[in-house]
Design a protein around this ligand. Structure first.
Ligand SMILES: Cc1cc2nc3c(=O)[nH]c(=O)nc-3n(C[C@H](O)[C@H](O)[C@H](O)COP(=O)(O)OP(=O)(O)OC[C@H]3O[C@@H](n4cnc5c(N)ncnc54)[C@H](O)[C@@H]3O)c2cc1C
Length: 396
């Protein structure tokens, strides 16, 4: 069979996974990874706090839309070719045992991203994949000598990082960020964690639930990161200035009123600010009680009038803040937007306008929430591309 050549632009998660799967099926194919930076797999190394949350068990996922705000339909289709179970098997069969945490996030048993990097580098070496670092590509035409071109250049924060690809684009904006909130009383509670809060953008259906962390710049934690993903485009459009509603205990207002009624009966003599009717951290409760009642927060529970009860229930379940900006988050950050899904064949990820050119990974307009979903999208899309190139190669 005639030797064919494949260039993979980008030596990240998707690029390596694609190269290895392709070379496994087509050992005669010449496969070259072209990486702009001096080092490959840099994001894998820092991912998951250095532990690499490489997929998820999906056990808590009802609808893919919850975890892939962009690209859920296409991924649902591609998961029939390669899903999280296949990924689990793929890594374990190649000598990297995995473990799932109680929160369904999957990590290497070693708890070290280097297990993944070492596997990729060893497989690439063993199979004769060429890796060229310091080799940035600026035009697909530079690679006219190759039979197949795979673009795995990852998320690009700006449009001009994607225009050279000559394909239809969806404006890139950041996703998975934390929120700045200019409220000194709130930020004085830095370090406070609420185990189950709901956050929402009023006037929209955008809401998320989970642990919330108060930081010195505003709010962070899984609930906020998830909301930032759902609201990535909306928040970008309004310059990261928007109202935010927080339900501190993820219950409705009438349930909160019931808990307040119970506290009034059972702790009538105790000061309101010193005893939370729901399991909230004490400092946060005192802050909320003062926000709702002012000095009356120091009165006894038994003295609350009906209007004050309603104010307390309201602040517990629909507390108003103003988002003043986007704050950087060091653990995870992905791009929403990229190469439009309409620009590729949904079964193969081959370009509709440039035959032989494929896209995989975060360069596509696919992104997920935290929890291993972004790497899973990289593995799946890379696998699908490798499969199609291998099929074309054997047919040729
Ligand atoms: C700090 C951090 C932690 C993360 N943790 C997790 C996690 O635990 N779990 C999870 O699922 N996701 C995580 N993510 C997201 C995940 O890392 C990405 O979604 C994933 O790396 C995307 O893979 P990719 O191969 O598409 O892109 P990348 O991994 O970004 O790789 C793209 C590569 O292409 C190269 N490149 C770009 N342009 C060119 C060019 N023109 N020519 C040549 N080379 C080029 C880049 O230098 C880069 O090496 C994290 C992200 C960050 C930033």
């Amino acid at each position: 069979m005639e030797t064919k050549r494949t260039a993979i632009i980008g030596g990240g998660a998707a690029g390596f996974f694609l190269a290895i799967n392709l070379k496994e099926r087509c050992p005669q194919m010449e496969v070259t990874i072209l990486e702009r930076a001096g080092k490959v797999l840099r994001k894998v190394e820092i991912s998951g706090g250095g532990r690499c949350n490489l997929t998820n068990t999906f056990e808590a996922v009802g609808d893919l839309k919850e975890v892939y705000p962009r690209g859920h339909r296409l991924l649902g289709r591609l998961f029939r070719q390669f899903d999280h179970r296949d990924a689990w098997q793929w890594f374990e069969q190649r000598g990297v045992p995995l473990v799932a945490q109680a929160d369904h996030c999957v990590f290497p048993q070693s708890q070290d991203a280097h297990s993944i990097i070492n596997l990729f580098l060893a497989e690439a070496r063993r199979r004769g994949i060429t890796i060229r670092t310091g080799c940035g590509v600026t035009s697909l035409d530079e690679l006219a000598d190759y039979d197949y071109i795979c673009v795995t250049t990852g998320g690009q924060p700006r449009r001009n990082g994607l225009e050279w690809l000559g394909h239809e684009l969806v404006e890139p904006v950041p996703s998975l960020f934390t929120l700045s909130i200019a409220d000194e009383r709130l930020t004085s509670l830095t370090g406070t964690v609420v185990q189950d809060a709901q956050v929402m953008i009023p006037g929209t259906k955008l809401r998320a639930q989970g642990p919330l962390l108060i930081t010195h710049w505003g709010m962070s934690g899984p609930a906020i990161l998830r909301l930032s993903s759902y609201a990535a485009r909306l928040l970008a459009e309004c310059g990261y200035k928007s109202p935010l509603l927080v339900n501190w205990c993820a219950i409705n207002e009438s349930e909160a009123a019931t808990a307040i009624g119970t506290a009034m009966r059972t702790h009538a003599q105790k000061q309101i600010a010193t005893l939370s009717p729901l399991a909230l951290p004490q400092r946060l409760w005192a802050f909320l009680a003062e926000k709702a009642l002012g000095q009356r927060a120091h009165a006894p529970w038994g003295s609350l009038n009906a209007k004050e009860q309603r104010r307390l229930a309201n602040i517990l379940t629909a507390d108003n803040y103003a988002i003043s900006g986007r704050a950087p988050h060091r653990d995870e950050f992905v791009t929403c937007g990229g190469v439009a899904l309409a620009a590729v064949n949904p079964n193969t990820l081959e370009s509709r306008t440039r035959p032989g050119c494929y896209f995989a990974g975060e360069v596509l307009d696919i992104d997920g929430v935290t929890g291993g979903f972004n790497f899973q999208a990289a593995w799946t899309t890379a696998y699908v591309v490798a499969t199609d190139i291998a099929r074309n190669y054997t047919l040729s």
